[in-house]
Design a protein around this ligand. Sequence first.
Ligand code: LLP
Length: 421
Amino acid sequence: MISSLTFETLRNEIAGFAVADLAQQFGTPCYVYDLESIERRIADLAAFDVIRYAQKALSNIAILDRMRRRGVVVDAVSAGEIHRALKAGFVPNSQPAGIVYTADVFDRESLDLVVERNIPVNVGSPDMIDQLGERAPGRNIALRINPGFGHGHSQKTNTGGPQSKHGIWHTSIDDCLVRADRHGLTVTGMHMHIGSGTDIEHLSQVCGAMEAACQVVGRTVKTISAGGGLPVPYSAEQPYVDLEQYFNLWQATRHRLQDAFGHSIELEIEPGRYLVAESGYLLAEIRAVKQMGENTFYLLDAGFNDLARPILYGAYHPIAIARRDGSGGRVEQDVIVGGPLCESGDIFTQEEGGFVARRRLPAAGVGDFLILEVAGAYAYAMASNYNSKYRCPEVLIENGEAKLIRRRETAEDLLRLELNP
Ligand code: LLP
């Protein structure tokens, strides 16, 4: 299915708010999220019994809270993410569990939290079974299985196969059952996540692998998780996944397991990107326009400290211009878009391997705005203080109001933790 989306290269408003007004009120750079977009994506996945949001994609507590109020539960990969989920009001041992810990290691703090707060775990390494079993014998656990294959939008987001550190290798399930028995742990859940930004062909292969893995564990299995990985279109050529087809494949798998085991099986999905990517916009100001030989550069006040996906993966983000005076002239030119950092890789229009690419964009000057779109997932969440830049604010558009959900950092924030003994 080819998406019918178009990405306009001129945009004067975001979710009903004038770009210039948002910039005036909150400053630039600044992330803006449209809650309605997140609501639509939650609704798309309603057929699954449980939507477990992989909060690593965008973990602001206001976003988590809005998800919770719409019936979504969360996944956590660290002690910090557990604390965020608790702060946003999730209850660990509700039904379904409000928080589940999914990782390949326990650091000491996360193990303490999981034990003390009774947080269910998707175990991603056999050692975790012993570490949990020694502290909390008798619990139920889920195994995150690496089915021996994987796929992602980049080699760096492929989480399956022998090159990946993720999950329990599919032929090690028996060993895990022996370890679990030793501590009186029961394997009640099975989980697979083969990669992020993958496609329906690869996602579909997971169903068969899941069924085989569940057969090895047997009748104790009560929950299966399809993991995340659902792609979203970052350009007009990229498709949306056919969700009905995807759900039907999992539904058939679930039914076969129910028939085999004689009890009901709960079906979870664990998306990050799908729920939030399209909701997000990184709003920046053009601070310099310069000619380097035959290339024109727009240099922004946002850099890879704000949005790292292009430098990390050669990721493509749609780009739009909003002129400060709101004018609509459509003269276009090929430009390279970069940021302020003292590093030549600080380019938003680059391809995998670091090759700089030109983008056809409306003519613009200093003081005009540039918007990096489809920037809700793995965008603010991967922001840093490189070059001692302050992390930028986050704004949520909800019920026709633009609300600050994280303020811009200050010099004081930047220096607060440092000591000079
Ligand atoms: N579940 C597990 C166990 C995961 O490791 C992940 C993502 C997800 C769910 C959610 O995957 P999603 O539905 O978002 O594809 N920084 C990269 C993506 C890294 C994904 C890490 N794990 C990017 O910007 O593309």
